[in-house]
Design a protein around this ligand. Structure first.
Ligand SMILES: CC[C@H](O)CC(=O)C(=O)O
Ligand SMILES: [Mn+2]
Length: 333
């Protein structure tokens, strides 16, 4: 039976669903339940990674360091992961995260910018962390470029390279094509991170696994940017039914989703016309809330903003373009 390793990102990507306002108590409660359900890896931090708490991305309620310290103190089975985007989080942030108990570092870059991950991957490796190269917005690059960038991350020492469908824009064939190419050209393990904007997160995760991915991301009730990620509870059930082996306990995972998480965050994901447009136009999922605000402020149709952002091929870090586009549209009205 093929073994699949799960990374639950409720406490990182899912932080977008609560505008980064998890309290320490809530994070500890959720992490304890995930740990008891034997989810392999639990990712934690501001939704935009270490040091994401800022005017640009939104301030979080609890600091990354406090979240990491308190959660690492209560988990026994799972490993704790942090996400870091070079340019937002520094090597020093990674060192502190390690000191407070993070064992896995996920170093994220835009799909064409793997070279900026070198320092962070090396620092993480030197501290004995399991290190993931996390290539985002993969729908924006031809498969050959994705492979070339993934090889760079492998050459820096990444133990796993992730294909990240940040916009939830891929269809199952596109996922298969990318994972197959990565498997053919890399020696390290391959992971897949889905977004549910086109309601394909579970199907795409399964397509990734069938093509050779052995690590997949998920979150409770699908909490996450845009329409959220692949639901942890659904993924565990689907994998079990498909004959894949995981360490997760199905009933405990279901209870974590329904009895623990839903009580804390009653409505984690809100699939709607705008989340669909994110996937359709190929726009970064974490732009959703910024787009709502800009549309309201400038009295323009948020769907038109997303279509224009997709045309301009705007990427993470260019959040100010959302305001620019909304402003320009309001001037044309
Ligand atoms: C801010 C990092 C980004 O949201 C990472 C991620 O989960 C993705 O690209 O989907
Ligand atoms: Mn994501």
């Amino acid at each position: 039976m093929k073994k699949i390793w799960l990374t639950d990102t409720t406490l990182r990507d899912g932080s977008h669903s609560v505008s980064h306002q998890y309290s320490i108590d809530q994070a500890v409660t959720i992490a304890k339940a995930l740990d008891d359900a034997e989810i392999d890896i639990i990712e934690i931090s501001h939704g935009d990674g270490l040091a994401g708490s800022s005017l640009q991305y939104g301030f979080s309620k609890a600091t990354d360091n406090d979240l990491i310290k308190e959660v690492s103190g209560v988990i026994k089975n799972s490993k704790l992961a942090v996400l870091i985007l070079p340019g937002i989080g520094t090597s020093a942030d990674l060192e502190i995260a390690r000191k407070y108990g993070a064992e896995v570092a996920r170093v994220a870059t835009h799909v064409t910018e793997a070279d900026v991950s070198q320092q962070h991957i090396k620092v993480a490796k030197s501290m004995g962390m399991k290190t993931v190269g996390f290539l985002m917005m993969v729908h924006m690059a031809p498969v050959e470029n994705l492979v070339e960038q993934a090889k760079l991350m492998e050459s820096y020492g990444a133990d796993i390279v992730y294909c990240t469908d940040s916009s939830g824009a891929l269809l199952p064939d596109g996922v298969k094509e990318r994972i197959t190419a990565l498997k053919e050209n890399l020696s390290v393990d391959i992971g897949f991170h889905a977004h549910d904007n086109l309601n394909l997160a579970i199907g795409n995760s399964l397509a990734a696994i069938e093509a050779g991915a052995t690590y997949v991301d998920c979150s409770l009730n699908g909490a996450g940017a845009g329409a959220g990620n692949a639901r942890t509870e659904s993924l565990v059930a689907v994998l079990k039914k498909s004959g894949y082996e995981t360490n997760a306990d199905l009933y405990k995972t279901l209870d974590t989703a329904e009895k623990v998480f839903r009580k804390i965050v009653p409505e984690a994901t809100r699939p709607n016309d705008l989340t669909l447009m994110l996937g359709y136009a190929g726009v970064y999922s974490s732009f959703l809330l910024h787009t709502y605000k800009a549309a309201e402020k400038f009295h323009v149709d948020p769907r038109e903003i997303l279509v224009e952002l997709g045309k301009r091929k705007v990427v993470g870090g260019q959040e100010d373009s959302i305001i620019e586009v909304a402003y320009e549209m309001s001037q044309k009205k």
